[in-house]
Design a protein around this ligand. Structure first.
Ligand code: ADP
Ligand code: MG
Length: 345
């Protein structure tokens, strides 16, 4: 690599990524790490009878997070969004690799960043097994690897006509948080109870909570799953298309948090719930017969699950609110599309 400034490349890797206290040898053995950071590549052993599940996501400064975002949040989020993809497959996360591009090797920034990465890694038993470090515009790319019993992965295409559609948690919070964080100082009303609500929403953007345990519980119960990263209006059509079905959503059923409803109108809250993205909640399809089992599993995890609609034969997605047709204002985030709703810096 091209060594970033003051701390040398090897010292940087050693200090911030290899010898972090979360990377202990006993957890290595438990997670099938034959060889971790330090050689040309990692050697990893999958549990018997499993499929390898792999996903990668890149966060670019100014594109996926605001310039000046806390390094801890950047590290945390980079792994969280990948964990969310594994959750959507019903997979058990095990290992991650990290490609880090930084303009300079600032010790404080690196410490905060690595604390964020290892905070969420520890919560989910993920071992960092390798990576790459280069100098350039701040970009963080994490690859996550995990496993699922052979043939048991959840997919987008497994739903059946008659299935209900459900989402975990609440929608729109992170999108609202990003908009508040990006607003000019003083532009967001923080009077009274709104101050705590605004902070809570910004935290939802900075520190997503991937629903890994729910994904595991949904295996063999849900018929299809995906995570909501680009907004329900952008993501649901993908599940409907993969399952060759029509999806209908009752917009008045969308789960909205108290924090969101404290800060904006219901109409605005609904729009952000549909279009703003960055929720990292799970969208699940299940037969009406299986749904109670899914709901019970969510309850055990202290998570709410809300039925928002259903699937039927046909194609495409339709929306209604209080019985009338509804059209989401934007259809979710598409990096190369016209209707970009995400930060422009
Ligand atoms: P190579 O040049 O053979 O690709 P490097 O010198 O770039 O190897 O890296 C040395 C070791 O450190 C490798 O095991 C690599 O996976 C690991 N590594 C490099 N950067 C990071 C990082 N940001 N996070 C975790 N591991 C890293
Ligand atoms: Mg090499």
């Amino acid at each position: 690599m091209n060594t970033p400034s003051d701390v040398g490349e090897f010292e940087l890797i050693r200090r911030y990524f290899q010898h972090h206290e979360a990377q202990r040898d006993d957890s290595h053995a438990q997670r099938g790490v034959v060889l971790g950071i330090g050689d040309d590549a990692a050697l990893l052993r999958l549990p018997e009878g499993t499929d390898l599940v792999a996903a990668v996501d890149t966060l670019v400064a100014g594109r996926h997070f605001l310039p000046g975002t806390a390094a801890r949040s950047i590290g945390y989020r980079a792994l969280a969004v990948n964990l969310s993809d594994l959750a959507a497959m019903g997979a058990t996360p095990a290992w991650a690799t990290l490609a880090l591009t930084i303009p300079s090797a600032n010790a404080h920034w690196l410490q905060e960043f690595s604390d964020g990465v290892f905070d969420i890694a520890r919560q989910h038993g993920v071992i960092l097994v390798g990576g790459d470090t280069t100098r350039g515009p701040l970009t963080v790319s994490v690859q996550i690897l995990g496993s699922v019993p052979r043939g048991a992965a959840l997919r987008r295409g497994g739903a059946k006509a008659g299935d209900v559609l459900a989402v975990s948690g609440t929608l729109g919070d992170a999108g609202a948080g990003l908009k508040f964080a990006a607003a000019a100082p003083g532009a967001v009303d923080r009077s009274g109870a709104r101050a705590a609500a605004v902070d809570a929403l910004i935290r939802r953007f900075d520190y997503p909570t991937p629903r890994v345990q729910l994904g595991l519980a949904a295996r063999g119960v849900a018929s299809a799953a995906m995570d909501i990263s680009d907004g329900l209006a952008g993501d649901l059509p993908k599940l409907a298309a993969a399952s060759n079905l029509h999806a209908h959503v009752y917009v008045e059923r969308l789960p909205l948090s108290a924090a969101l409803c404290t800060t904006v109108s219901e109409a605005q809250a609904r729009e952000w719930a549909l279009c703003a993205g960055d929720d990292y909640e799970l969208l699940l399809a299940a037969s009406p017969a299986n749904y109670p089992q899914l709901d019970a599993a969510a309850r055990q995890l202290n998570l709410t699950l809300t039925i928002i609609g259903e699937l039927s034969s046909g194609s495409g997605v339709s929306w209604s609110a209080e019985g009338a047709d509804y059209t989401p204002a934007a259809s979710g985030f598409d990096h190369f599309g016209q209707a970009s709703t995400q930060i422009t810096v």
